[in-house]
Ligand binder design. Sequence first.
Ligand code: PMP
Length: 358
Amino acid sequence: MAISLDDLPIRDDLRGQSPYGAPQKKVPVALNVNENTHPIPEDVARDIVESLAAAVLDVNRYPDREFTPLREALARYIGHGVQADQIWAANGSNEVIQQILQAFGGPGRSVLGFPPTYSMHSIITRGTGTEWLEGRRDAGFDISPDTVRAEIERTDPDIVFLCAPNNPTGTPLELDTIEAAYEASRGIVLVDEAYFEFMPADRPSAVTLLDGRPRLLVSRTMSKAFAFAGARVGYLAADPAVIDALRLVRLPYHLSSLTQAAAVAALRHADEMLAMVDDIKAQRDRIVHELTELGYKPWPTWSNFVLFGGVDDPHAVFEALLARGIIVRDLSIPGHLRVSAGTEAETTAFLNALRDIR
Ligand code: PMP
C-alpha cells in the first residue's frame, strides 16, 4: 500500500512545506529559471574537456578538499583585493547558503528576508530548522536604509538575507542599505549577488564593503553570467574566519575533482564567457521595451530576467505560452509573470507568442 510523506516520522516543522517548484519541461524555449541560454563558446568547451580528461585520470582519489586552485581563480576573478583565504565554493550558491545556515542558523535562530525574493532563501532556511522572518519592502520593491534598519529592529534576526539584484523583481540594492543592515544587526548579513554581472558595469559590488566587516558575506554563482548552471558552482567572499566556520559543516570533499577542474578552466576564459552578458542585457532591455509597447507593466530590472505586471490571468498566459513551446515562470504574484532574457531568437519567439495571445 502506498504511503504518503505524512505517514513518515518526518520532522514536524517540515510537514506541510513545499519543495522547490520550478517545473522542468523539455520545451524549445525555456525562459523560466534565469539560466544563461547561450551555449559556452566552443574553444572554451574544448579547454574544459581537456581539463576534465586530465582530472579523470585522478578520479580514483578524493579531490583537493580545499579546492585551492579554484579559490585562487575565484579570488582573481572577483578582484577588489579579495584573497583566496576569503573564498569558499560549493555545488551552486544554494549549497553555499545551506552551509552558511548550518554554521550560523539552526533551531532557535532566525533569518530575516524581504519577499518577494528568491524562493530557496526560505526553503533552505526552514530546511535547516531555522525560523524564517519576513520584512517589508518600500514602493517599487526597493529597500531603503531606514526600512532595513526598522525591520531589523522589529524582528531582531540572527541572519539577514539581502538579494542584489533581487530575484524575481530585478531590483538593485544600494550599498548604503547594506551598510545600514550591517550596523543595525548583531549577526550575519548575507548579500546574494547571483546576478551581479548583469548590473551596469559602474555599479559597485557588496564585495567592496567586506573590509572591516567580518559579519558580511557575499555569495555569487557561475550558474548565470558564466553559463555554468549544469556544472553547479557557487561561491562566497567573506572574512577568513567565516570560511573556517563553513569548514566545520561541509561534507569532506563536497566539491568533486571534475567540478573543480571544469570551473578553473572556465575561469581562465572569464572574458570570453562574459562576452555573452552584453547580448543578454540587450535582449532584457528589448523585452522591457516591447512588453511596455504591448501594454504590460515590466519592472525596471538589473538582472537577466524581467518581472512584468498587467497580466489579467497569469496562469492562462503561462499555459498559452507553454502550448507554443515557451516556458516562463508563474510565481503566484498576482497579475505577474517572470521571463528570462533568451538568445535573440528565443526572445523573439517569446515576444511573438505573447503578441499572438494578447
Ligand atoms: N541566488 C539567487 C538569487 C538565484 O536566483 C539563484 C538561482 N536561481 C541562486 C542563488 C542559486 O543558484 P545556484 O545554486 O545555481 O548557484
